[in-house]
Design a binder for this molecule. Structure first.
Ligand SMILES: C[S@@+](CC[C@H](N)C(=O)[O-])C[C@H]1O[C@@H](n2cnc3c(N)ncnc32)[C@H](O)[C@@H]1O
Length: 200
């Protein structure tokens, strides 16, 4: 991680009020793909890590039984809670938790994460995948900044001073080593994609 957890949390606290304004087409496509691929049943519990202002958690709430959002930024989660109240969504809860310590040990059927895990180093991502695997969801859907080709800071989505994206291969290996089969890889942009992994 190129910044500490506190630095990331403070950065997103500052961004929270404006975070939902003017998202890129690639971000929107990534959100749509994560929602589609997560595809929960009505009694499923979904855990959304790095939930931010709730794009995924709130988007899945109607289809799922329950959604648990975890993040390190209270400012981002305050926005998510406000949006849940506005929309009358009652089966979603947001609370403090980080990728490697999600602060959740209940049953979980599907784990999602969108545009968040790229803040971790590759080793920290591997640890995260292992922590998620210990919760034994049947499906993990990861939308994120990831490299399909050579890293290029001149291209959008990758700011080396704060981001530390992995290659698609590193992520696929992490899932496979944790007992999951990568069943879909969607390239949204050369530096953005969605991976779907199912428990073996
Ligand atoms: C770019 S936002 C994405 C938010 C949301 N998932 C979305 O799709 O809009 C990244 C989020 O990851 C959170 N984050 C960064 N590092 C984290 C960590 N180690 N554990 C949990 N959340 C983290 C930030 O606080 C922020 O809310």
């Amino acid at each position: 991680m190129k910044k500490t957890l506190d630095e990331h949390a403070a950065r997103f606290d500052d961004l929270a009020a404006d975070y939902d304004d003017e998202k890129s087409p690639e971000y929107n496509e990534c959100v749509a793909l994560v929602l589609e691929r997560a595809n929960p049943d009505g009694d499923d519990t979904v855990l959304d890590l790095g939930c931010g202002t709730g794009a995924i958690a709130l988007g899945l709430a109607e289809a799922a039984g329950r959604v648990v959002g975890r993040d390190i930024s209270e400012g981002m989660m305050d926005e998510a809670r406000r949006k849940a109240d506005e929309r009358g969504i009652e089966n979603v809860e947001f609370g403090q938790g980080q990728f490697r310590e999600p602060n959740y040990d209940g049953e979980v059927d599907i784990v999602t994460s969108n545009f968040a895990m790229h803040h971790l180093s590759d080793e920290e991502k591997r640890e995260t995948v292992s922590v998620i695997a210990d919760l034994a969801p049947r499906r993990i859907v990861l939308g994120d900044v990831m490299f399909f080709g050579e890293p290029d800071p001149e291209e959008p989505f990758y700011s080396p001073e704060v981001d530390d994206p992995a290659t698609v291969g590193v992520l696929a290996d992490a899932f496979t080593d944790a007992g999951y089969a990568v069943t879909a890889v969607e390239m949204v942009h050369e530096q953005v994609g969605v991976l779907v992994a199912e428990r073996l």
